[in-house]
Design a protein around this ligand. Structure first.
Ligand SMILES: [Fe+2]
Length: 133
């Protein structure tokens, strides 16, 4: 899609379910090097660079369905993010099915890795977006 065809509609926020919103938001924020925002009602927000807010929302009496969230991150910050995962003992993987532990991938000419958040959401960091045909 060319710039001239960019849609005017943008993702603004989405809820991320967590059994402990503070724990989960702080985990992701620490890995990505971002601040956790002030609570907004039942939500605990993390603001991302493209204007999208992840609103952590506590779900206590239901199982949490694992979702996939992928973050485009600067190449120069990727190693620090991997180091933070290693520092807190969270295993990262080269692949979305978590079979290649302790490795990163080089998809689309960039680098990427997958890791679980405290509730099992499959998080991905990558330095280049997926190239779709
Ligand atoms: Fe992905």
């Amino acid at each position: 899609m060319s710039d001239a065809q960019q849609p005017a509609v943008q993702l603004n926020h989405t809820a991320v379910y967590a059994s402990d919103r503070q724990l989960s938001a702080e985990f992701l924020a620490a890995v990505l090097g971002l601040p956790v925002g002030a609570p907004f009602g039942p939500f605990l927000p993390i603001d991302l660079g493209n204007g999208v807010t992840l609103d952590y929302y506590e779900l206590r009496d239901k199982p949490i369905q694992s979702q996939h969230y992928a973050f485009l991150v600067p190449e120069e910050q990727f190693d620090a993010m991997i180091a933070r995962l290693e520092a807190v003992g969270v295993t990262y993987y080269a692949d979305p099915h978590h079979t290649e532990a302790g490795r990163t991938n080089t998809l689309f000419g960039g680098r990427g890795a997958y890791f679980d958040d405290p509730d099992g959401h499959n998080m991905e960091i990558m330095t280049r977006p997926y190239a779709r045909p």
